[in-house]
Design a protein around this ligand. Structure first.
Ligand code: SF4
Length: 364
């Protein structure tokens, strides 16, 4: 079966989900209500990773909707100022050197903690409909040295479209590397493991332009035989695989979980790149955010037990003003922060201080 047909088997309704575990009438009603606003789509593979069918299971929490998601009283839908960075339909240019392409609103699974919840499975409004326009923009901006193909999930595009991106960017002298943002190694590894054509594409273009795959493992339970096979297939074909973890309440908010995750990823060749502070997204923040002081303690405790390679990641807040590294948070909440990337290039590298209260989850 092709991966496209396999995806058609995803669980998208309460009736289908009920076949996997028993629910009360009230639970079903609540679930129905949530997915009317924020759709559900779970690959059969990812569902099979659940060990306990309740919210104490990290996999369950990341894929099964929760009624808290319908609370629309707090948070924002565009927490990183993506709208103000948009230059062409589906093309953002926030950081001088990087162009970001919203190539699709589809994903192999709709993560409940998604920061692009406003788009995923819902709307094409911000998606690139015309790749030629964005090629022209990137070609006319020699300061852009790298392109991040994102979405949704970049590997939900057809191989033809992926190849077209690689072919065009390979010919642009300013573009030195192409990144694909995809969670398919984690949520739907069949997309890679069962598609020799995609593997050949990676192999063909890796020597011509830096091909980087940025994925998102959040819990050691996601490191399986299949996901490791997907990561290894990508690296063996010449791509560099990096991982961005999101720190999530009751998913990975324990030092030992982060420790096991980072060590596991390093051992299979997925480079720990960032740990992200969960963004204050409507329908996400109440369920998943961990206060910054607590997150910092978790990460530092994990780092104490990690080797140098496994703690190469930075703890980052992807703020509308830039990517802010949370460098140090003292016991009393006084923090040292640093602009790792910035909307205003003059801010790059700028170090500043801020006091976080115990419950603060974001820099307002
Ligand atoms: S794969 Fe990424 S874009 Fe898609 S739902 Fe998950 S977090 Fe959002």
């Amino acid at each position: 079966m092709s991966w496209k047909n396999e995806l058609k088997n995803n669980i998208t309704t309460v009736e289908e989900l009920e076949k996997s575990f028993a629910m009360t009438e009230e639970q079903k009603k609540n679930l129905e209500q949530v997915i009317n606003t924020w759709p559900m789509s779970i690959s059969r593979y990812y569902l099979s990773l659940i060990q306990k069918y309740d919210s104490s299971d990290p996999i369950f929490r990341m894929c099964i909707p929760d009624e808290v998601e319908t609370d629309s009283t707090s948070g924002m839908l565009d927490t990183s100022g993506e709208k103000e960075s948009t230059r062409e339909e589906g093309l953002q240019h926030k950081y001088e050197r990087t162009a970001l392409v919203l190539s699709t609103q589809s994903c192999a699974m709709y993560c409940r903690h998604c920061f692009r919840k406003r788009l995923v499975g819902l709307s094409d409004a911000e998606i690139a409909a015309n790749d030629r326009k964005l090629f022209q923009y990137i070609g006319e901006h020699p300061e852009i040295t790298n392109v991040l193909i994102s979405g949704g999930d970049a590997f939900l595009n057809s191989n033809e479209r992926i190849e077209n991106y690689l072919r065009v960017f390979t010919k642009m002298p300013n573009v030195k590397l192409v990144r694909f943002g995809t969670r398919t190694p984690v949520t739907f590894p069949q997309r890679i493991n069962e598609d020799p054509e995609l593997q050949s594409l990676i192999k063909e273009y890796s020597p011509k332009v830096g091909v980087h795959i940025v994925t998102q493992f959040n819990h050691p339970m996601e490191i399986t035989e299949e996901s490791v096979k997907a990561v290894r297939s990508l690296t063996q074909n010449g791509a560099v695989v990096s991982n961005q973890t999101v720190l999530l309440r009751n998913v990975n908010d324990k030092p030992e979980t982060i420790e096991e995750l980072m060590r596991g990823l390093t051992s299979v060749g997925a480079v720990p790149y960032y740990v992200f502070q969960c963004r204050p997204v409507t329908g996400v923040k109440q369920q998943f955010q961990v206060p910054i002081r607590e997150s910092y303690r978790i990460i530092e405790e994990a780092k104490k037990h990690l080797d140098g390679l496994s703690k190469r990641f930075r703890y980052i807040m992807s703020h509308k003003t830039g990517k802010i590294e949370i460098f140090h948070v003292a016991e009393n909440g006084d923090a040292i922060l640093k602009y790792h990337q910035a909307r205003d290039p003059q801010d790059i590298g700028r170090v500043f201080t801020h006091h976080f209260n115990e419950e603060d989850c974001w820099l307002d």
